[in-house]
Write a protein that binds this ligand. Structure first.
Ligand SMILES: [Cu+2]
Length: 405
């Protein structure tokens, strides 16, 4: 946990001290002439008075330092008081201002760890038949967000993001959330038109909630925990995507469908030796340490998504936030078709555009067809996001090597 460095005031004696002139040695056998003896007396008096002054100032300085410490302690205690007792897994010590960045922290064997990491599957799962039964068990886990960087997360079904859900427009969806965590949680589906005070209500640890909705709105939607403080629950990993595929024939058939969930991570420590926790100050200041697609920095750089030349690749992108937008862009090409805000009406689509914003809490769908074999980075073109991990590669054709951006 980062605590502010309060350096005590420098002792007043270290600056502004008056130097006494170097004592001149008596030239004749140690006897001091009268005039000189007077001036030595004066210097002695001034020195004593300065000594007293320095002492008094020193006492003041120490008193002020204790005062500052007392004020800081009081602020921390006050911050602790407004923190709900149920906030296990959060670090509030940063209430005194810990915005130190742990972006890019990595162990020596980071490359090996990245290679050994099993990437979150971006491939679209099949559509279940009949009612889509979605059973999510919430678990508190240690989640790796970058090579060797661990985080104490709260996750739907054991991962951040939670599982990708795929249904067809008009299909019934039955959600069941079982709370296997330590504090209350809930589940809010953006694809649902339901009374949130009932369907999205808090579930106590050990209990379950169930509700159904008909997925009449096509697109890619966020789901997330909506328990207060929502900022913390989303930042701790409680989100995922549901794809509501438009009715057959509305969209051209894609050869590859990939789902990406963008998110930010706000860390209390570098997470290398022990799992980091949520840092409230950074989350409020929107200063993430890491940003990811599907919960792990740069995982599709090491393990690229693939396509053959000329295939239609469709990206279904949700930005889980909690607070920053994703400016989706594929380097080296132009979106043939973009469905901003995941409005899937083809008449509203954009053609031949370079970068499209996916807002926090929203979605967007992007079609690309790439003829030339190569490695095409996909990014949030707000480049601080790339710098902190929100980048992957689409490998078109059978090409070698890698490319980082
Ligand atoms: Cu929650």
């Amino acid at each position: 946990m980062a605590s502010p460095t309060l350096s005590p005031p420098r002792p007043s004696s270290s600056n502004g001290a008056v130097r006494t002139p170097p004592r001149t040695r008596g030239q004749s056998n140690g006897a001091i002439p009268r005039g000189e003896s007077d001036s030595f007396a004066l210097v002695a008096v001034v020195s004593v008075m300065l000594g007293i002054l320095v002492g008094v100032l020193g006492i003041f300085a120490i008193a002020m330092w204790f005062d500052a410490r007392g004020a800081r302690d009081a602020a921390e205690q006050a911050a602790a008081k407004v923190t709900p007792a149920a906030d296990a897994g959060m670090d509030h010590s940063s209430a005194a201002g810990g915005l130190a960045s742990y972006a890019g922290a990595a162990p020596r064997n980071a490359q090996d760890l990245a290679a050994a990491h099993k990437p979150f599957s971006a491939a679209m799962p099949p559509i279940p038949k009949g009612v889509a039964n979605v059973n999510l068990v919430l678990k508190d886990i240690t989640h790796e967000i970058a090579p060797g960087v661990k985080y104490s997360a709260w996750t739907f079904a054991g991962g951040a993001p939670g599982p990708v859900i795929h249904v067809r427009q008009g299909q019934m969806v039955k959600i069941t959330l079982t709370n296997g965590g330590a504090i209350p949680h809930s589940i809010d589906f953006h694809a649902a038109r339901v009374a949130p005070d009932k369907a999205f209500r808090d579930v106590a640890p050990g209990e379950s909630i169930s509700y159904t909705f008909r997925a009449n709105d096509a697109g890619v939607f966020m789901y997330h925990c909506g328990t207060k403080p929502v900022l913390a629950h989303i930042a701790n990993g409680m989100y995922g995507a549901i794809v509501v595929e438009p009715k057959a024939g509305v969209l051209p058939k894609a050869d590859k469908d990939y789902v990406l969930v963008a998110s930010e991570w706000y860390l209390s420590s570098d997470g290398l030796t022990k799992p980091a926790q949520y840092n409230q100050d950074k989350a409020r200041a929107r200063q993430p340490d890491w940003m990811t697609f599907n919960g792990y920095a740069g995982q599709y750089v090491t393990h690229p998504l693939t396509a053959k030349p000329g295939e239609l690749v469709r990206f279904w992108v949700v930005d889980a936030g909690p607070s920053l937008d994703t400016d989706f862009h594929v380097v080296g090409t132009v979106f043939n078709t973009a469905y901003p805000f995941s409005d899937m009406n083809p008449a509203h689509a954009l053609n031949n555009v370079q970068t499209v914003t996916v807002p926090a809490g929203g979605g967007g769908v992007f079609d690309v067809e790439i003829d030339k074999p190569g490695l095409y980075p996909f990014v949030s073109h707000a480049f601080a996001a790339v710098d902190t991990g929100q980048v992957g590669l689409l490998k078109v054709g059978d090409v070698e090597g890698t490319m980082s951006h």
